[in-house]
Write a protein that binds this ligand. Structure first.
Ligand code: SF4
Ligand code: SF4
Length: 310
């Protein structure tokens, strides 16, 4: 966590003799296309994401206390869960209102439960739970198609824009004494619409998706969403990571092409790796798309410390 591999001197780039296809005795093209494209991790992730969101709906419709509320604040089997960024806004308002000590025990249980979960899992929430991520992932396919056909151009921004929004919405909450962010938060809007029925706020989701499809790929998740930025901060201590093995890499960069945050895969670029084994950083959503696509199986899920226990 504190040993930054980016600051180390890079290892010498591998020559053709050290490439995985050469070692396998295959032409690069044959090797590159040999692995069947199963989308294994994407499919598992979509099943989990859809199941969680459906469970909210079913619990509400059948009056069950399995998963009550919405993704902004809920109870799982009676146990309170509070979105961390929303909780931070509530805390900030209550400090300046003088009501901080009146925050309930259930609020703190909900806050710390989610905080601990996502500190362990990192930004997993984004790709394994968030319903907007699911829609945006589908929108990305259309965006990529339009870019490929040269109908639109890609527009990228500085990744640190995320933290401008993060601080900005906290300040807005402080000055308005209101959780204004929740009015435009796609996660809450979609979650509530699924559970309680559609609302006019869905128009905002439509506008956002249209902007991402026609102008800037995955803008909200990449540069704006303060919920994702929160997990990127707490995820610095995450135990779940994607592990990279330089020996198995052919520098093809397919993984960066499918990644929401390609800067987290900086070490796959030729001559950039500073050690034989690297791990993705806290912005990685652990979506598994890079694991699925890598022809050399150079990337895999890793739970830190588990191999030492087993
Ligand atoms: S890790 Fe990335 S660059 Fe390396 S072989 Fe796999 S997909 Fe290609
Ligand atoms: S590094 Fe891999 S797991 Fe992480 S966000 Fe990118 S594609 Fe997903």
């Amino acid at each position: 966590m504190f040993n930054n591999p980016k600051k180390k001197p890079p290892l010498k780039a591998k020559g053709i003799e050290d490439m995985p296809h050469t070692k396998a005795g295959l032409e690069y093209k044959v090797w590159h296309e040999a692995k069947p494209k199963t989308n294994k991790w994407r499919n598992i992730r979509w099943i989990v994401l859809i199941s969680i969101n459906v469970l909210f709906v079913v619990s509400y419709l059948l009056g069950l206390s399995i998963l009550e509320g919405s993704l902004s604040g809920s109870r799982a089997l009676g146990f309170y869960l509070m979105d961390t960024y929303n909780s931070l806004q509530v805390m900030l308002i209550s400090i300046f209102d003088g009501h901080f000590w009146a925050l309930t025990m259930n609020f703190w249980i909900g806050f710390f439960t989610i905080l601990i979960l996502y500190t362990i899992g990192g930004r997993t929430y984004c790709s394994w739970v968030c319903p907007y991520h699911f829609l945006a992932e589908l929108g990305e396919k259309l965006h990529n198609y339009l870019v490929k056909k040269k109908k639109i151009k890609e527009h990228t921004y500085n990744i640190y824009l995320h933290f401008v929004f993060w601080v900005g919405f906290l300040l807005i909450a402080l000055f308005t004494k209101n959780i204004v962010f929740e009015d435009i938060n796609p996660i809450g809007i979609i979650s509530r619409s699924l559970i309680y029925g559609p609302s006019l706020s869905l128009l905002w989701i439509f506008v956002l998706l249209l902007f991402e499809i026609t102008y800037s790929k995955r803008f909200w998740c990449r540069y704006a969403c303060p919920v994702g930025a929160t997990w990127a901060i707490t995820g610095k201590a995450a135990l779940v990571d994607i592990q990279f093995d330089l020996d198995k890499c052919a520098y093809c960069r397919d993984c960066q092409d499918v990644c929401l945050v390609p800067h987290e895969l900086w070490f796959v670029e030729k001559g950039k790796a500073t050690q034989e084994i690297h791990y993705t950083g806290s912005d990685c959503t652990r979506c598994g798309l890079c694991v699925d696509i890598c022809s050399g199986d150079a990337l895999k899920f890793k739970i830190k410390g588990v191999d030492k226990i087993l």
